[in-house]
Design a binder for this molecule. Structure first.
Ligand SMILES: C[S@@+](CC[C@H](N)C(=O)[O-])C[C@H]1O[C@@H](n2cnc3c(N)ncnc32)[C@H](O)[C@@H]1O
Ligand code: SF4
Length: 453
């Protein structure tokens, strides 16, 4: 194997800060070609008739936000107070459209996730009726995790109670930083002290897992601010915490503000690595249990089921404008344009924007993604994921040896990701997947040469 320079880790200095020059983002999903638009509806109907076997989740997208936080690449629509009822009606209609098909009815659903945007922007009554309809209509497993993601702004006691009474059992709350200056400059609306008060109220209710999202590497988030963010998290009665290193997406308000000089620069990659390492060490010292490169649990209430399952190839039944799903190896996306979404639903059509052809490499890619997500390169599992997987593992041996030498993975028979490996996890996953394609290309060349001879 010729080791691509992008994936060759430097052996100089600390691997946490120096292993690679840049982090390569991993794009979930596959680069398959779309089913032609005129065939999409028929192909979808066929797909729905197939039985769904194995781990499965539901994802419901709520594409509204009170404002566009500067760093965020997920913003789609401005929240207007009167959209709640119409959007909830649409989601419920979509839930009914799917429900009689074998792909939906045949197997348990392990996790339900309301993501956004800001699901907690919906009114209490609307949140409750959507959750109740899901539980009434869909075959949820008895231990199904039901997460409502959101932010503190507009998430009042009435909404929390409505979610809990309807059956939500996990809240994933974006805070990003508790520091008032960082929060204000990034467009967050409530103060750090209000955020602390909110978490105390939520955990005192003792009815659901409470998770806090922190970001690292934001402008104004100095070393002292980050330390305070970590200390605050440790002082709260949380079940889980997520640490996300800032990705500076081109075209986001933050990218534009930095370029205009209207905002301080974000942390460099090396600074991000140091912040991540500091968080990693401190959570370990305080007895948190690491679930993945970005997720930690303090109590057994936090299972992080949805995030884990989507990274390991679970079927994802998607609902809502802008949602993405995956059924029996075929990825799909729903209309991002809200009016198109409503119009298609009004005609009783699944509001599909795109359906991709099945990915022949889905199984092996899922096994690689699962390995990185679980921070454990289980070669036995990877070896069973493709007829040529054992040869592939031999092919990537030089790359794995380089990663061991660089301190990104351990020397175990089935290596684990080290702290540095966790920080660079997306680069490692892209390297593993891209090497599989190079391996197949090499096999094909060999085959052609043999045939020619
Ligand atoms: C889909 S967002 C929704 C969160 C919620 N609406 C909020 O305002 O907190 C989920 C999480 O993604 C993370 N996130 C958003 N933009 C990010 C970026 N540019 N880089 C890294 N993480 C980001 C944040 O931690 C956020 O809490
Ligand atoms: S961080 Fe949350 S509220 Fe802010 S723009 Fe992104 S999705 Fe919307």
């Amino acid at each position: 194997m010729v080791l691509s320079q992008d994936f060759k880790a430097s052996l100089e200095g600390n691997p946490l800060t120096n292993a690679f020059k840049k982090r390569i983002s991993h794009m979930p999903g596959t680069a398959m070609s779309p089913v032609p638009p005129e065939k999409t509806a028929a192909c979808w109907e066929e797909l729905k008739q197939e039985e769904r076997v194995g781990p499965s989740v539901m994802y419901l997208h709520v594409p509204f936000c009170a404002n566009h936080c500067l760093f965020c690449g997920f913003y789609i629509n401005k929240w207007q107070g009167d959209v709640s009822r119409a959007y909830a009606d649409a989601l419920i209609k979509e839930l009914y459209l799917e429900v009689d098909s074998p792909s939906v009815g045949t197997a348990p659903i392990n996790a339900v996730y309301f993501g956004g945007g800001t699901p907690t922007a919906l009114e209490a009554h609307d949140l409750a009726r959507i959750i109740k309809e899901i539980r009434r209509l869909y075959p949820l497993a008895p231990d199904c995790e039901i997460t409502v993601e959101g932010r503190i702004y507009h998430f009042d006691e009435e909404k929390i109670t409505a979610c809990l009474e309807a059956g939500a059992n996990r809240f994933s709350i974006g805070v990003q930083s508790f520091d008032d200056k960082t929060r204000r400059r990034m467009g967050r609306k409530v103060s750090g002290s209000r955020a602390i008060e909110f978490f105390n109220q939520l955990s005192d209710m003792n009815q659901a897992a409470v998770i806090c999202d922190l970001m690292l590497g934001l402008p104004y988030q100095t070393q002292a601010v980050w330390q305070n963010d970590l200390d605050t998290v440790s002082s709260l009665n949380l079940d889980g915490v997520d640490l996300y290193a800032l990705s500076l997406f081109p075209g986001t308000p933050l990218d534009l503000a930095i370029k205009k000089g209207a905002c301080e620069s974000a942390a460099t990659m090396q600074e991000q690595a140091e912040m991540y390492g500091q968080g990693w060490e401190q959570l370990r010292t305080w007895g948190w249990h690491q679930l993945s490169s970005s997720h930690w649990a303090k109590t057994t209430r936090e299972r992080n089921l949805y995030n884990r399952l989507i990274k390991t190839g679970a079927h994802t039944l998607a609902f809502g404008s802008g949602a993405g799903g995956m059924l029996n190896g075929q990825s799909y996306a729903l209309e991002r344009n809200l009016q198109n979404y409503y119009d298609l639903l009004a005609h009783n059509q699944k509001p599909l924007a795109r359906l991709l052809t099945p990915d022949p490499l889905a199984k092996v890619f899922n096994s690689l993604s699962a390995a990185v997500e679980n921070m454990h390169l289980d070669f036995d599992l990877i070896g069973k994921s493709h007829p040529l997987a054992s040869d592939y593992l031999r092919f990537i041996q030089p790359m794995l040896e380089n990663w061991v030498q660089a301190g990104l993975i351990t020397t175990d028979k089935h290596p684990r990701l080290t702290k540095a490996g966790c920080f660079w996890h997306s680069t490692l996953l892209v390297a593993l997947k891209s090497s599989f394609k190079s391996f197949l290309a090499e096999q094909e060349t060999l085959l052609n040469l043999n045939c020619a001879n």
